[in-house]
Design a protein. Structure first.
Length: 69
């Protein structure tokens, strides 16, 4: 993630969302490299949780949810 010097919330939302997506991509790639089932489950669960947060950040950007209006 970048260290943004702006007070624009949408810029920070995009920055954090992008960083979370990078972590999700990394977690999913590592799942294929792991052999221990518990570690695979941890990485998969982590990717799913972050995916939910990415969706929430996207909804904020798009103003889709009533709470963000």
């Amino acid at each position: 993630m970048k260290d943004l010097q702006t007070s624009d919330p949408k810029a920070h939302v995009q920055n954090v969302r992008s960083g979370m997506q990078e972590i999700v991509d990394h977690l999913r790639k590592d799942i294929g490299r792991l052999e221990e089932p518990k570690a695979k489950a941890l990485f998969e669960t982590s990717a799913e949780v972050l995916g939910g947060l990415i969706t929430a950040f996207s909804h904020y950007e798009e103003g889709k949810e009533e709470a963000w209006k």
